[in-house]
Structure formats: C-alpha cells, structure tokens
Write a protein that binds this ligand. Sequence first.
Ligand code: THU
Length: 136
Amino acid sequence: MPLTDETRQRLIAAAQAVRERAYAPYSRYPVGAALLIADGTIVTGCNVENSSYGATVCAERNAVFTAVGQGRRQFAAIAIVTANAGSPCGICRQVLYEFAPDIVVIMADAAGRVRHEGPLRDLLPLGFGPSDLAEA
Ligand code: THU
C-alpha cells in the first residue's frame, strides 16, 4: 500500500512531536519515531536514555513495543526524526524485521525533510526472522 502525501506528513509530524519528549541528556540526540499501523493508527516512541548508558532504549523500539502491547503488530511504515535525518540502528532494524520485513522506513530531519524512504529489506538484507527458526 503506497503512502499518500497526507499520511506521510501526518507520520512525520507525529515523530517530530514525540521527539520533543525524548529523554536524551547524555547524547543530546533526541529521536522521535512514529509507526503507521495497517488500520491507519499511529503509535509513537522517543529515545529514553539512562545514566547507566546501556539501559538506554531507542525511539523505534519504544514505538514497536508500545504498539505490540496495544495488540498492534501490522506495521506499514515508520517515520524517524532526528536532527540530521539519521539512520535507524541495527538493533532497531532487527526488531522491526521481526514484525514487518516490508515496512517502509522514512528518515527525516527536524524540519521534516525526508532524506530516505524505502523498504526495511534494503536496510537489512538477508535479515534473520521467525521463518529462520522454523526451518531449523
Ligand atoms: N537512537 C535512537 O533512538 N534510534 C536509533 O536508531 C539510533 C540511536 C538513540 C539512542 C541514544 O539515546 C541516542 O540516539 C544516541 O545514540
């Protein structure tokens, strides 16, 4: 299902808004993520850092885990907003792949300018997923 301009803008706006709530006193790199569910719902997450740095959780994973806790696992797209339209980390790519290997990933900067838009499979080729375990 291709994204409409209106949906893309709504998604990016949601990611911009939740980025304002990021807790990133150590990196000073706030991240906002907005997941588009197949039914049109948007679920958001921000990065939450910790003084024990390894306890930090990324924005994308917070959005995914919130959605799963709401019974939502049909992900169509995710918008990620950072200062420089940064790329999602490898752990978050893996977590997204579990539920939605074909999800469309949008990377945008703080002003909402899109730097990249494309399927997760391009960012995680030959990804490991549930079917790999089934074949074991
Ligand atoms: N971060 C994310 O929220 N998502 C990513 O995909 C990359 C990194 C966060 C983690 C940490 O709070 C800060 O950005 C710097 O790494």
